[in-house]
Write a protein that binds this ligand. Structure first.
Ligand SMILES: CC(C)(COP(=O)(O)OP(=O)(O)OC[C@H]1O[C@@H](n2cnc3c(N)ncnc32)[C@H](O)[C@@H]1OP(=O)(O)O)[C@@H](O)C(=O)NCCC(=O)NCCS
Length: 157
């Protein structure tokens, strides 16, 4: 998506804030273009915590993901989730992002629900919260786990 289209999206979202929102269409998009993914990460603020300036890593994150779900309003990407799963036992929801102008309208919750459905309801869905979303996950009924352990990669974001 070009810069001019991005501006159009921002304008539309701003003029609709507080008013009638367009319908949101959800889809599995295994071939989501990296530029669109990065763009929605930026519009959600999650870009601050993801390697959006490393094109090779972003391309690999998308190419090797198992479940990529999108939310589009009038064709424009307004939300996305990216998960790794074995479709049997566990599902790691790595990235969940909703355009700031479309937040608090149920899109995040629906992306999680559909991710879990696509990966298999029998799997345990696991995620690490960004600081800004720490109050979100308990609010939508997710269970905290006090024994989650990491070995950090060399990349910190
Ligand atoms: C966190 C995020 C994905 C939530 O998506 P969203 O579409 O705005 O959330 P929803 O509309 O599904 O919210 C569902 C409920 O949670 C509430 N909620 C939303 N964001 C919240 C937050 N940060 N803290 C507490 N509650 C929150 C909503 O008000 C709503 O409440 P209700 O059901 O009582 O009306 C989105 O705000 C976002 O992209 N944030 C920036 C990036 C980020 O932090 N991503 C998470 C990475 S782990």
């Amino acid at each position: 998506m070009g810069a001019s289209q991005r501006l159009t999206v921002t304008h539309r979202a701003a003029t609709r804030a507080g008013g009638t929102m367009p319908d949101v269409a959800y889809a599995l998009e295994p071939d989501l273009p990296p530029e669109e993914f990065v763009d929605v990460l930026r519009r959600s603020t999650l870009a601050e915590r993801r390697p959006v300036d490393d094109a090779d890593t972003i391309a690999a994150m998308l190419a090797h993901a198992d479940v990529i779900l999108t939310a589009r309003a009038e064709g424009v990407l307004v939300g996305a989730s990216r998960a790794i799963t074995d479709f049997s036992y566990c599902t790691y929801l790595s990235d969940l992002a909703v355009d700031g102008a479309f937040q608090r309208r149920g899109i995040g919750r629906e992306l999680i629900r559909r991710t879990h459905e696509a990966a298999g309801r029998q799997t345990t869905l696991i995620l690490l919260s960004a600081p800004a979303a720490e109050a979100y996950y308990p609010h939508i009924g997710m269970e905290p786990h006090g024994s989650c352990w990491l070995i950090r990669g060399k990349r910190q974001s």
